[in-house]
Structures are given as C-alpha cells and as structure tokens.
Design a protein around this ligand. Structure first.
Ligand code: SF4
Length: 654
C-alpha cells in the first residue's frame, strides 16, 4: 500500500502492475488516474544538457563545474511541497552544507505559509490540523473559509457529511452547493467578514468567556478592532447580510470547527486573515478541545512535512528557526559542520531576484505557478544556469539548461506528512524506467562533485534515520518515528521517543506558548493590494478544479482528465459577460496590469457580477498567473494570488 501522489489528504492506494486500486477511503478522479503517468510516453528518462541527451555523469559534472564558477549566494535552490520528507530534508542540508547558500525556499510558500504564520502566532506551533481528521465527524458545524474540498479533495467530505456546513467563498463552488449557509463576500474582504462575525458573536452573547479568561490572552486588543465592525458596516464592506452573520455565529456556538484554505490565505493580508478566523475560533472556545477546533486544509501532498525539515528559507529540520542560535548549534552538530548560512529570501523574491546566477528547481513548475508569471519566466531565462529535476517536461524544465529525470511516487520509498500531521509511508511498488534516478541520488551526485559525498546518503531509510536525529527536541519531533512503527501504527508528530504514542491532538492542556495560553492577534481589514478602478473594474480570483492539480504538469498529461477540462476558461456572471460584449463559449482576453490571459468564457449565474474566476492549471497564454499580483504578505511572504484587478476584452474581433 502506498499513497496518492497529489494532495495533502494522501489517500491510500495500491499500485499493481502500474494500475491503481483505491484504499478504504476511496480516491478522487485524479487519484484513480495517477497510474497513467508512470509509463507515460512523455516521461523523461535521460538527462538533458541544452536539450541534448547526456549521461548522468556528464550532466552532474556539467552542473557541478558551473556551480563552482559562482559565489555561494549566487546559487539558489527551489524545492517543492510534493517532495518526500527525506528529499525535503536532504535538499535543505544540500543547500546549506554543500552549496553553502542561504538562498533556498520552496513552492509551499505559495500554499499554506499564511496559515503557518498565523498558527505560530496564535498557538506557538503550526500543525495544519492539530487534531485527527476523524474528529471532524463529531462536529455539529464546520465552517470552511476559502476552501473547496468537493473539487480539491473530494474524499475529505465524508468526514464532515454529518455536520452543518458554512462555506465562505465568493464563488458558488460545488462545496458551497452543499452548504447549509453560503456566505459570498467580495474577493479580498475575508478579514472584514471574520471581524464582523466576532462582533456579532459578542452582541449575540455566544462568546465562551470562561475559555477566553482561562486559556487565552489578548482578547481586549482584538476586540477593540472588532468593535468597529458592527453587522451593517460589515455588510456594506463584504456584501454578507447582517442576518447571515447572525445565523453563522449561532451555528458555530457549540461543537464546531473553523477550517481555512487558500481562498483566505493567499492574500497580501493572508496571515492577518487567518489570525482573524483564529480569533473567532478562540472567542467561541473551539481550539484545544476534543470535538471542536481550528485547522488549515493544507494543499500539497507533503505541504506539512515540506515545511518542517529545512527547505524553507527560515527553517532548520525539526521545524526549528534558522535564526535561533541554539537550533543552529544543534543542527551543526548533527551535520558535522562548523558554519551555516542565515535565512534567505522567500519564494517569489528568489524567483524574481536579479542577483542570482543559478537555480536548481526540484519538483516545482514556477513558470506556471508563480505570480506575475511572465516576469518570473524572464528572470529564469536570464540565469546563467537553470537546472530542473522532474519526471515530465514541465514548462520550467523546458527552459532549463540541464534536466534530470527523477522518480515518481510509486517508484520510491519514503515518508510524507499529511494535513493532520500524520506521518505516512510511501512504498515502492515498481522499478523506475531505465535512466531514471531518485532526487536523493541526484543530490548525492552533486554533493560528491562539490567535495562532501559522505554527508549525503541515498537510501530513504538512512536519510530518515538522520532526519530523526536532526528533528529530536524540535517542535516537529520525529525522533520516535521509525519505518517499522509506521508499518504498524498511526503516528502524528511530535513523537519524542520510540515509546511515545504520538500526538494526534495538540493543545488539549496548554498551547505551545511559554505561558500555555493562546494569543488573540489584533488585526484589521485593509482590502486587496490592488483594488478595482475604472481601467480594471473587475476582481479576478483563481483556484483549482476537480480534474487538475497545481500547475497541471501532471494532470494535463492524463487523457481522461484533459477530456473533462481540456482548456483554460474564465467564469463570470452573464451580466458581466454581456457588459463586455461576450457570450459563453467565446474566447476572451482577461487583462491585468501584468499581463493578458486568453480563455473561453463560461457564464455562471451564481458568480458575483464584480468578479471573474480562472483556474490556474494551464500553460502558455492561458496561465492565470500572468495576471496575478505579487504583492507579498509582510509576515508569510505569501503573494496575493486570490485577488487582482482586471478588465475583459473580446478576443474574437482580432
Ligand atoms: Fe489524491 Fe487528494 Fe484525490 Fe485523495 S483527494 S485521491 S490524495 S488528489
């Protein structure tokens, strides 16, 4: 048994002769069809140097000799939230020990970094869901803020099917269709709505005052801001009626969960948005109790583990902080080095940096997935050396000087950490095609040519044993986890010893701040970084569809998925279309200050008339991220993927 290569739900599956069979929890259409990629004719099977086939030794020699021409901080590493824990760990070590560069970050920065930052502020520790998924089954109410699991992770819905559902989303998504209450705020006003709901909770008398006084601090400061957000004012800003605000807070008072997703997190105010939802959860007394809580629905397959083991610009293994002197000393001891670089730049800042000479990209396709994508492509093109490790020719790989063909999920052993902080085994089910090697071998091969082969192991189990030592004593402590234990039992981190049963539920007695209290964080609404105006009067928002995953590099190669959703489209209200002289099925240009997307119009009556929606899975001039705004959240450095100002133009006049 192994697990699906895609999202953070990490559904179990078997792979027999390349065919996928579902585990007990079932699979969505993406999971069912994942086996098709294993022997896909477009699979990369030989290294390429400037597009020409090369041997592994030739490609490794070439890359290592070029890297030696540059200063350490002129070389960057860009990782991925789909890499196994072992790969994420070894990649962070490779950057800091072999390359000696501070310039490493990963595409998880674009995923859940705002929720991670807000969780750390409020609770002193970030684990996406600090409780097991199955706890959701006992909830009376679940609020989903900016999450559409009916498309992104359909098997998740079985965990919440008995609960009343409140969905916060400007679109009437398939998840919103199932909701008891769908609140449809204007894009970029999530924070205002959360403040308004806190205000309404106070005036409706549903606060948990005993919990606030015994388990939290800072309520008064948060309330001073929320006090300005009386229901009618909130209604004017968000478009959500005062009656719906009242209905929501009464539904939430009791055994409830508040869960956030990318819709509320991918904003220049993303950390504050999540803090506002956590403030509401704390005011209602939800976190740190069995049967209620706050959690983040992490997106990428190893979005959780990917941020714990050191491929993030500011982190060391064990979820330690890179600027913590004690953490640095500990990790230097484990790694046998006497120096480590300091924190580097965040993902978008790296991709947009003009002082870099080289970049090594592992498991990511930023030419499609990064904001202001044409500018990012220009920067990558201007590098002296772009190296990509992937198993298909992604749009980023197609631009690379050197491409390494690496293994896929069913061809490798390792571990992943799912959205509830549970560590799971990825098991090899078949051999990779000839010519393909693991990223661990690639890292070892480069490290050997840079003079430190002995520090970079290649067997996943050996790397995991080192990861256990490196994480020991850190917030994400895996020291008690072994492959053998994972074969026999379920383990959620922290697991500080081999006798420890793991920690499915965090914060039951105390939160992770030194005083044991959760923090209310005072935050206020500030609106989108780029509000609509006369020139760009509409707001564009982006997201996923059922059949595709992230940049689409994998799912666009699967026939059944492409048949269902073959091309880029833009959803809009029929009135919005007719104002622009457009009709369903016609091509349109969607134009922002950063670029133009060509897409087929889909008229959807439930869409807000002031907004349009674009899926972000398509390449070329259908890239939604040609439009998006790279305004960064000051704490998480998350770009504002979820709202930017656009206008519509007819494309069929050309
Ligand atoms: Fe894979 Fe996620 Fe679908 Fe499960 S829900 S089958 S993990 S894509």
């Amino acid at each position: 048994m192994t697990h699906c290569p895609y999202c953070a739900l990490q559904c179990s599956m078997s792979v027999i002769d390349g065919q996928v069979a579902p585990g007990p929890g079932g699979l969505c259409q993406k999971g069912w069809t994942a086996g098709e990629l294993l022997r896909h004719p477009g699979r990369l099977t030989t290294p390429l140097i400037h597009g020409e086939p090369a041997s592994w030794d030739e490609a490794l020699d070439f890359v290592a000799s070029r890297i030696k021409e540059f200063e350490p901080d002129e070389v960057a590493v860009f990782g991925g939230g789909g890499l196994t824990n072992e790969k994420a760990y070894l990649l962070g070590k490779f950057a800091r020990v072999a390359l000696k560069t501070s310039q490493i970050d990963y595409n998880g920065r674009f995923c859940m970094s705002s929720a991670a930052a807000a969780g750390n502020k409020a609770f002193g520790l970030d684990r996406g869901m600090p409780f097991p998924l199955t706890d959701l089954r006992s909830a009376d109410t679940v609020l989903l803020a900016g999450s559409n699991p009916a498309e992104t992770m359909p098997p998740f819905l079985r965990h919440i099917e008995g609960a009343r559902l409140i969905v916060i989303d400007p679109r009437r998504t398939p998840t919103a269709e199932r909701a008891t209450l769908h609140l449809q705020p204007a894009p970029g006003t999530d924070l205002a709505l959360a403040l308004g709901l806190l205000h309404t909770a106070v005036i409706e008398g549903v606060l948990d005052k005993e919990y606030i006084s015994s388990r939290t601090s800072g309520f008064d400061e948060a309330w001073r801001i929320a006090a300005q957000w009386w229901p009618e004012h909130t209604e004017r800003v968000t478009g959500v009626s005062a009656a719906d605000q009242r209905a929501a807070v009464h539904m939430l008072a009791g055994r409830s969960y508040i869960l956030t997703g990318r819709g509320t997190e991918q904003h220049a105010s993303g950390t504050d948005n999540v803090s506002a939802w956590i403030n509401l959860a704390l005011a209602l007394g939800l976190p740190g109790r069995v049967g209620s809580g706050y959690g983040c629905l992490t997106g990428q397959g190893n979005g959780q583990g990917g941020r714990e083991h050191g491929q993030k610009a500011d982190q060391l293994p064990g979820y330690r902080k890179l600027d913590d002197p004690e953490a640095r000393r500990y990790i230097m001891d484990v790694w046998g080095v006497d120096w480590l670089p300091g924190p580097g730049r965040s993902a978008y800042e790296l991709l947009n940096a003009d002082d870099l000479k080289a970049m090594l990209v592992f498991g990511s396709n930023p030419v499609v997935s990064a904001p202001r994508a044409s500018g990012v492509a220009d920067r990558l093109r201007a590098l002296d050396l772009l190296v990509v490790a992937d198993f298909v020719m992604s749009e980023t790989a197609a631009m690379a000087d050197v491409v390494f063909p690496v293994t896929q999920w069913a061809e490798e052993d390792g571990t992943m950490t799912n959205l509830e902080g549970r560590i799971i085994r990825r098991r090899k089910a078949l051999d990779p095609p000839a010519g393909v090697r693991s990223d661990l071998h690639l890292i070892h091969g480069l490290a050997a040519r840079l003079g430190c082969a002995e520090k970079f192991l290649t067997e996943p189990k050996e790397v995991f044993e080192e990861l256990r030592r490196a994480s020991a004593g850190g917030p994400a402590d895996y020291s008690g986890v072994t492959y053998e234990r994972l074969d026999a039992e379920q383990l959620h981190w922290p697991v500080p010893s081999v006798e420890h049963p793991g920690t499915p539920r965090l914060f039951l007695d105390r939160f992770a701040h030194p005083d044991g209290l959760a923090r209310f964080i005072p935050v206020d609404h500030r609106g989108p970084a780029e509000p609509p105006d006369d020139e760009f009067p509409l707001q564009a928002t982006t997201g996923r569809v059922l059949q595709h995953y992230q940049s689409g590099a994998q799912t666009r190669r699967i026939g059944e998925l492409m048949k269902a959703v073959p091309e880029m489209y833009v959803e809009m209200h029929p009135d919005t279309a007719s104002r622009a002289g457009l009709a369903s099925g016609e091509p349109a240009h969607v134009v922002s200050r950063r670029g133009t997307v060509t897409a087929t119009v889909r008229c959807v009556a439930s869409m807000r008339a002031d907004a349009v929606f674009l899926p972000f899975h398509f390449p070329g001039d259908g890239r939604a991220n040609l439009l998006t705004n790279p305004a960064l959240d000051p704490t998480s450095r998350m770009p504002e993927f979820k709202v930017c100002a656009v206008r519509l133009e007819r494309a069929c006049d050309e």
